[in-house]
Ligand binder design. Structure first.
Ligand code: PRP
Ligand code: ZN
Ligand code: MG
Length: 226
């Protein structure tokens, strides 16, 4: 893939829930950056470790393509895109290197408040709206439930009210979005949090030493926090 590089590139979320905590954690590892004008690329000053500010959903693909070396992303995104690759017969191209202890949430099945939930079999023949088709499809198969997956890229919680689906499968953090839409979580598929993601294999150039140094500092910072 990419040519040999002597700097490490870490992709983080440009804006959103993981953006600030990701930056703060990396700063706690002794990294600092000179801000570029558009702020999408931050040049590392104390160490040759640069930041790329991107959409979180793009992070696994950037690692797979060797455009970025590491990334801070939700486990939910990583597992979904890994599941999608596997479903298409492609080899794993990234994996979780460390759990980071922030951005906790769960991927859950949620149904209208009035639904007397008995178990996964209740979903048979139903339509389930989600942005996580690979993880949902995998889980339905494990449960032996035949349901229809309706793909939405956002605002999934509105689907039952619009008559697009009977249930949803989406992330739940505080639960505020669910209750505001008269839904309740009934089944957890994945416990998620922010993770450091990287390639399946270690780097075989100077980036390997940089990554080791970063991991040592990260483990120290995580021990102090948790
Ligand atoms: C996430 C998720 C839920 C909501 C859950 O969406 O998809 O919609 O947060 O959080 P809560 O339980 O605290 O209400 P987000 O706001 O990140 O937007 P997105 O779906 O567009 O990424
Ligand atoms: Zn996103
Ligand atoms: Mg959402």
């Amino acid at each position: 893939s990419a040519a040999v590089r002597d700097r490490l590139r870490i992709a983080i979320q440009k804006s959103g829930r993981l953006a600030d905590p990701a930056r703060q954690l990396l700063a706690a590892c002794g990294l600092s950056w000179r801000e570029s004008r558009d702020r999408l690329f931050c040049y590392g000053e104390t160490l040759p470790v640069d930041l790329l500010l991107v959409r979180d959903d793009d992070i696994p693909g950037l690692i797979a393509d060797g455009v970025c070396d590491l990334g801070v992303v939700g486990r939910n995104v990583l597992l979904e895109q890994d599941g999608d690759r596997r479903g298409n017969g492609r080899a794993p191209a990234f994996r979780e290197w460390r759990a980071l202890g922030f951005g906790g949430c769960r991927l859950a099945i949620a149904v209208p408040d009035a639904w007397q939930w008995q178990g996964p079999q209740d979903l048979a023949g139903k339509r389930i709206a989600t942005s996580y088709p690979a993880l949902l499809t995998q889980w339905l198969a494990q449960q032996g439930v035949d349901a229809q997956v309706v793909l939405l890229s956002g605002s999934v919680e509105i689907a039952p009210r619009l008559g697009q689906a009977e249930a949803i499968c989406d992330l739940v953090s505080s639960g505020a979005t669910l209750s505001a839409n008269q839904l309740k979580a009934v089944q957890t598929l994945v416990e998620s949090e922010a993770v450091l993601a990287g390639p399946v294999d270690r780097f075989d150039d100077v980036r390997g030493e940089l990554a080791d140094l970063l991991l040592r500092r990260l483990d120290g910072a995580l021990r102090v926090r948790n």
